[in-house]
Design a protein around this ligand. Structure first.
Ligand code: GLU
Length: 368
């Protein structure tokens, strides 16, 4: 056994399966050419935000238009923020809008062959992949204490350096496998970090289905991929889940765009094909002439339950959301007054770019 293999065995003695086994268990989906597989991946941290309904409507329509698959996945690895029962509640609210998943997390049960669809039940799958990362020197244990990390952050701040664990600051990336083994045997606590080879000075070309070709700085952060509680971070779960659930299109809020270089590097490191990405506009509101995000604290209409409880017809809300999603919808509607809204084909290239404006007066108008 090589030193790296010994290190991987020491960290994951219980992991017997390999990435190849997972490839067989979750084979590519047998779908027709052009079929889209997309997902809604909420964290169970509360109510359904109007912005999430908007994003889900889009994630659901594309598979629907292409004989693909729309599935749900519960992203519950942030156990501190979880609100009991909110996963089920989200699904009920989506159902009220006629948005039903073909597979995935359904609240009290699961449907489909690509599960489990609840991240907290996927611990073993993540461990299998991280073991492979360690064996291939793509990841390593980091023993830095929180005091050391905060010292590092202070130093970076004082010297106006980029914050984070990278380059010379990535101290534990310099440990040999033998040194890491000795520390683990000595019971020193650790997390697992990704070994980045990126350079922040370099740009990478990124394609977003809505935003087109972009150039973003390469990732250089040795991000934590496995936390000390044994659960992965969002970035790593995204890699593993969207690969093995065979997602073709990741549609998610634009707040995730800055993380895309990390995701590109993770997919490239292990050599998996990247999904297509579409970063959706945030829902904004005009407030005294300036735009701001629709806020759950200030705006009742930020919560989907506001519409359901106040008798807004769901057809009206859907109609409005498609209006702000695609710039050519209103014209189509004028020519097709009596058609079902879903005879309209949504497209990524007609998507609003810089923050879709949510206008309650117009919602009311449409609903009337
Ligand atoms: N759980 C993430 C969120 O709620 C999902 C983001 C994604 O769709 O990848 O923001």
């Amino acid at each position: 056994m090589t030193d790296l293999e010994q290190l991987a065995e020491l960290i994951f003695p219980d992991v017997k399966e390999t990435v190849e086994d997972l490839e067989k268990r979750y084979p590519p989906r047998n779908l027709e050419e052009g079929a889209i597989v997309a997902r809604f991946a909420p964290s169970p941290t509360g109510f359904l935000h109007t912005g999430s309904l908007f994003a889900t409507l889009i994630a659901w329509r594309f598979p629907n238009q292409t004989n693909g698959v729309f599935f749900t996945r519960l992203e519950d690895t942030d156990t501190k923020r979880e609100i009991e029962g909110s996963g089920e509640e989200l699904l009920k609210q989506l159902e009220a809008f006629g948005i039903t998943p073909n597979e995935g997390y359904m609240g009290s049960y699961e449907l489909g062959n690509y599960g489990p669809y609840k991240q907290s039940n996927r611990e073993m799958i993540y461990r299998i992949v991280i073991k492979e990362f360690v064996k291939r020197n793509l990841a390593y244990p980091c023993f830095c204490s929180s005091e050391e990390l905060s010292k590092m952050r202070n130093f970076q701040e004082e010297n106006k350096l980029n914050p984070g664990y990278y380059g010379e600051f990535a101290k534990c990336s310099k440990l040999s496998p033998k040194e890491a083994i000795a520390k683990i045997k000595n019971n020193e606590p650790y997390v697992i970090r990704f070994r980045s080879h990126g350079n922040y000075q370099n740009k990478i070309k990124i394609t977003d289905l809505i935003r087109g070709n972009l150039e973003l700085a390469q990732n250089d952060q040795h991000i934590v991929i496995l936390k000390s509680d044994g659960l992965p971070t969002y970035h790593f779960a995204h890699l593993v889940d969207d690969h093995f659930m065979r997602t073709t299109h990741v549609t998610r809020g634009e707040e995730w765009l800055p993380s895309l270089p990390i995701h590109y590097e993770l997919f490239d490191a292990i050599g998996w094909k990247k999904p297509n990405y579409a970063h959706l506009p945030v829902i904004m509101k005009l407030d005294n002439g300036s735009r701001r995000k629709l806020s759950k604290r200030k705006d009742p209409e930020a919560s989907v339950s506001f519409f359901l409880e106040n008798g807004y017809p769901v057809e009206g809300i859907l109609e409005y959301l498609v209006t702000i999603a695609n710039s050519n919808f209103e014209e189509w509607r004028l020519q097709n007054m009596n058609e079902n809204i879903f005879d309209f084909k949504l497209s990524f290239d007609k998507m609003t770019l810089d923050g879709a404006l949510f206008d309650l007066a117009k919602v009311k108008n449409i609903c009337k």
